[in-house]
Design a protein around this ligand. Structure first.
Ligand code: ATP
Ligand code: MG
Length: 158
């Protein structure tokens, strides 16, 4: 259904804020106004949960995870950045494949099946959006996804 994406996202971040077991700071760079999008809330929750879990898993103690939402012409761009170990350039697209994990050492230490981002890609695709990763090894990772958005329709809500 139709939801204000900003309060929807804030609620998910709040839940992680309350349960996180690492000292990681959450920085929210979000629009002040409402941004209505039509989404399957359960499915989008699954997507965002996985991205935040990954970011926490690979973040150092004391790191910052930054959440941004940008309003563009016909879509919104949501990005979640961490200051963790990063992903090698050659693997940036592969992390969206089923069961792909960057290396075995990470698998052994940090668990997981390698499905989270593959599922995220499928869900975002069904919503008419896109998802991709940017990363610098040793510096951090940003996962970005888009969702269709109609800024004109936003005026009708006023
Ligand atoms: P699951 O999500 O199924 O529990 P997973 O987290 O290993 O397992 P994905 O979420 O699909 O699987 O991520 C795939 C791989 O991409 C991870 O195993 C990890 O190697 C790499 N990766 C994902 N997010 C990050 C991140 N923020 N920083 C560094 N590496 C990452
Ligand atoms: Mg995961």
């Amino acid at each position: 259904g139709w939801v204000n994406f900003i309060s929807f996202l804030n609620q998910i971040i709040d839940r992680f804020e309350m349960t996180k077991e690492k000292y990681v700071y959450f920085k929210r760079l979000l629009p002040k106004e409402s941004v209505y999008v039509e989404i399957d809330e359960d499915k989008l929750t699954q997507v965002i949960d996985n991205i935040i879990s990954n970011a926490l898993k690979y973040s150092p103690e004391g790191g910052t995870i930054t959440f941004r939402v940008k309003l563009l012409d016909d879509h919104i761009e949501v990005s979640i950045s961490d200051q963790g170990i990063g992903i090698p350039k050659d693997n940036l697209n592969k992390v969206f494949e089923r069961f792909y994990r960057v290396d075995r050492a990470r698998t052994r230490q940090l668990g997981g099946t390698g499905l989270g981002l593959a599922i995220a890609k499928e869900i975002i695709g069904v919503h008419g959006g896109d998802i991709w990763a940017k990363s610098q090894e040793g510096k951090g990772t940003t996962i970005i996804f888009t969702l269709p958005y109609d800024p004109v329709q936003e005026d009708d809500w006023l």
